[in-house]
Write a protein of this length. Structure first.
Length: 257
C-alpha cells in the first residue's frame, strides 16, 4: 500500500511541475515554483523523471496496477489538453467541462482510492465503489477551486483571483452566468464572451460575477456531487474509515463557501 501511495503522489507531483510550466506560474504552495527557480526545460525533465520513477514503483505491484497507472496517465494528459480548449460546437459545454475535471483531476484521486481498496483486500464491488467515490472527490475539489478563483481575495499561495476569467476559461460559475439571458445580465454575458486581458474589464467582470446567482448555483451543483460521493461511502462497512470517507466530500465542497 505504501508503494501504491508513493506512485500516486509522485504522479501528482510530476503533473504539478508540468502544470506550472503550462501556466507560467511563479509560485507553488507559497514558494517559488521549479520553473521559476530553474527554467522550463528543467522543470519538464524533473516532471518526466518523477513520472518514470512512479511507473517503476508501480511496476512492482503487478500487471493490473501498471495498466491502471497507464490509463490514469493517459486521462491526466487528455484532460489537460482539453482544458486548454473550448468545448467543440457540437458538445454541451457543461458536460464537456465536467468531463475535463474528471480527467485532469478526478482520475488521480480515483486511482488513489482504487489502489487503497485493491491492496487492502477489499471486494471487487468495494474497489469499484471507491474508484467512483475518488473520481467524484476530485471533481468536487476542482469545482470548489474554480469557485474560489472567483470569490477569494489575493493571497500568498500563488493563486490570483479571476485567473480563469483572464484566460477565458469557462468554469462552472461562468457557464451558469452565460446561461442567464435576462436583460440585467447582458453586460456580464458580453464580458464573458472573450478572455479578459484588460485590467479594467477584468475587474468589472469579476465584480459582476461575484454578485451573480451563478456563484450560488455553482456551489449547489458542487454540493450535489459531494452528496453523491457521501452516498457511495455509505455502501462500505460501518466504522471509523467509512465515517471519515463520508465526511470528506462535504468538507472539500465547503472550501468554496
Amino acid at each position: 500500500m505504501v508503494d501504491a501511495a508513493t506512485g500516486v503522489e509522485l504522479t501528482h507531483l510530476a503533473s504539478l511541475y508540468h502544470d506550472d510550466v503550462m501556466d507560467e506560474a511563479t509560485l507553488r504552495r507559497g514558494v517559488a515554483s521549479a520553473n521559476a527557480v530553474y527554467d522550463n526545460s528543467t522543470a519538464i525533465l524533473v516532471g518526466d523523471l518523477l513520472f518514470g520513477r512512479a511507473s517503476e514503483i508501480i511496476a512492482g505491484l503487478g500487471a493490473e496496477a501498471v495498466r491502471i497507472q497507464a490509463q490514469t496517465f493517459v486521462r491526466l494528459c487528455a484532460g489537460q489538453i482539453q482544458d486548454d480548449r473550448q468545448a467543440p460546437g457540437d458538445t454541451e459545454p457543461m458536460a464537456y467541462y465536467l468531463q475535463v475535471l474528471a480527467d485532469k483531476t478526478g482520475v488521480l484521486i480515483a486511482t488513489a482510492a482504487r489502489y487503497g481498496a485493491m491492496f487492502s483486500g477489499c471486494t471487487d464491488e468495494q474497489v469499484e465503489t471507491l474508484r467512483e467515490y475518488g473520481e467524484l472527490i476530485g471533481i468536487v475539489f476542482q469545482l470548489s477551486d474554480d469557485i474560489l478563483d472567483v470569490t477569494s481575495e489575493a493571497d500568498d499561495s500563488g493563486k490570483t483571483p479571476g485567473t480563469d476569467l483572464r484566460e477565458g476559461v469557462a468554469t462552472l460559475p461562468v457557464l451558469y452566468a452565460r446561461a442567464d439571458d435576462s436583460p440585467a445580465n447582458a453586460r456580464l454575458r458580453e464580458l464573458l464572451a472573450e478572455p479578459l486581458t484588460d485590467d479594467t474589464l477584468h475587474a468589472e467582470a469579476l465584480e459582476l460575477l461575484r454578485a451573480h446567482p451563478a456563484i450560488e448555483q455553482a456551489r449547489a451543483h458542487t454540493l450535489r456531487l459531494a452528496d453523491q460521493a457521501a452516498d457511495l461511502a455509505r455502501r462500505l462497512p460501518a466504522g471509523d474509515a467509512r465515517d471519515a470517507l463520508e465526511a470528506l466530500p462535504l468538507s472539500v465542497a465547503q472550501r468554496s463557501a
